[in-house]
Write a protein that binds this ligand. Structure first.
Ligand code: PLP
Length: 436
């Protein structure tokens, strides 16, 4: 069934929001600017589905940008948050769930020998960079083009996610002196990294990298690339920061950098491990982390850090994640990948490329393989916009940007996939022509 989305109530709320919130939103990619039209407002979510304020249901393939790996409002997580809320909302003092969640994380991801909770992924990476600078006494940070590491000043250069979506080369408001401390290298290009190390090796504090780039669609590392990143960093006395804010707990219960050949000194986490509440964490080698206050000279703090509700939600979420969860996520991802390919073939949409890592899918209306930001940007944006809107009208919620990743949840059942198939085949036909 086709129903033009957004509905009347969403459009009314949008007008009201635009009068008080800048651009109508609290985070730019939510604004639908990359696909046109105005956003859908949601009233609730349960399992694999979202319900909008006009009462329409959508199979959710965004999952709050990767957070909701178990689907919406898993009952055990909601119950844990409610129990924690009844005990008190915040104390600004230690609560036992902080070290309990930290222990669970370390059990799943032993490279976080010591860790600290913060309230967002941005804060986690910003703090890890400060630690790397404090530990090495150096100033420069290397990042890869299209890598998104949150919106702290120094890491906005050539960033993925909304920065890429809105075609901002960098952000205004970042002083040149700050930007000058960031060196940007193409993803998957070890030679370019090597020449930066040749040029400025003794000034580089850290290389920050997404083990699988997931903020320009899904771009896996080439074989050997990540091992070369760690080798070059070690050779030049720089640290490696594995930004696993998306990949952590998405592809397995824990982190993925080790199995991809990256040896990291610091690791950042966020999204999934907060169970849907605001969270971030950074951690790593004990010797490096012990430079953080109160043990060392690197200052970092937070009124709401280790928030009791986020700790409770995180513990309840991790308790639900098992090898079976990840097998099922991988099967769902594989079905969606095949479905998208078949739909493109049936509709004779070319070029079209899907790149998948487990339950994360990058769809590019471009020829593959997509290996870096440059090749990702070749994706036909207007085709994606047509595809997005046609899917939305048929009850499938995709990321409202051609450069964002789609995320499946473990709540998706075979019947949901069958329904998605019809919608996605029709959407692909719409992507080819000018029709919806
Ligand atoms: C989402 C994301 C961040 C930023 O996390 P926020 O919680 O949005 O601040 C950092 N790094 C990566 C890889 C991300 O995907």
């Amino acid at each position: 069934m086709t129903r033009a989305a957004p509905g009347r109530r969403s459009r009314d709320y949008w007008r009201a929001a635009e009068r008080v919130l800048v651009g109508g939103v609290d985070s730019p990619v939510r604004s639908f600017r990359a696909v046109g039209g105005s956003p859908v407002f949601f009233a609730s979510g349960r399992g694999a589905y979202l319900t909008d304020v006009d009462g329409r249901r959508y199979l959710d393939l965004v999952g709050s940008w990767g957070v909701n790996v178990l689907g919406h409002a898993p009952p055990s997580v909601v119950a844990a948050v409610a129990r924690a809320a009844r005990r008190g909302l915040t104390f600004g003092a230690p609560v036992p769930d902080e070290h309990r969640l930290a222990s669970e994380i370390r059990r799943a991801a032993p490279s976080l020998e010591r860790l600290r909770f913060v309230s967002s992924g941005t804060e986690a990476v910003m703090s890890a960079v400060r630690v790397a600078r404090g530990f090495t006494g150096r100033a420069k940070v290397v990042k890869f083009a299209g890598g998104y590491h949150g919106h702290s000043d120094g890491l906005l250069a050539r960033a993925g996610s909304g920065v890429a979506t809105h075609a901002l080369p960098d952000s205004a408001g970042v002083p040149p002196s700050v930007a000058a401390e960031t060196v940007v290298v193409p993803y998957n290009d070890a030679d370019a990294l090597a020449s930066q190390f040749e040029r400025a090796g003794d000034a580089i504090a850290a290389v920050v990298v997404e083990p699988i780039a997931a903020n320009i669609g899904v771009v896996p590392p080439r074989p050997g690339f990540l091992a070369e990143v760690s080798r070059l960093a070690r050779q030049h006395g720089a640290l490696v920061i594995a930004d696993e804010v998306i990949t952590g707990f998405r592809l397995r219960k824990g982190t993925v950098h080790e199995s991809l050949g990256l040896s990291a000194d610091l690791i950042t986490l966020g999204k999934i491990m907060g169970g849907g509440l605001p969270i971030g964490a950074y951690g790593g080698r004990r010797e490096v982390m012990e430079t953080v206050a109160p043990l060392g000279p690197v200052y970092q703090a937070g009124t709401l850090s280790g928030h009791p509700l986020a700790m409770a939600a995180g513990l309840a979420t991790l308790a639900r994640l098992s090898p079976a969860t990840y097998r099922s996520l991988d099967r769902i991802g594989a079905s969606l990948e095949a479905m998208l390919r078949d739909a493109a073939e049936a509709a004779r949409v070319a070029p079209f490329t899907v790149q998948r890592a487990g339950s994360m899918l990058g769809t590019f209306f471009a020829s593959g393989p997509v290996v870096d930001e440059t090749t990702a940007r070749r994706s036909d944006r207007s085709r994606y916009a047509r595809f997005f809107h046609a899917a939305l009208d048929r009850g499938v919620y995709l990321p409202p940007s051609p450069l964002e990743t789609a995320f499946a949840s473990a709540a998706i059942r075979p019947a949901d996939l069958a329904r998605a198939r019809t919608a996605l085949f029709a959407a692909m036909r719409a992507a080819r022509g000018g029709r919806r």
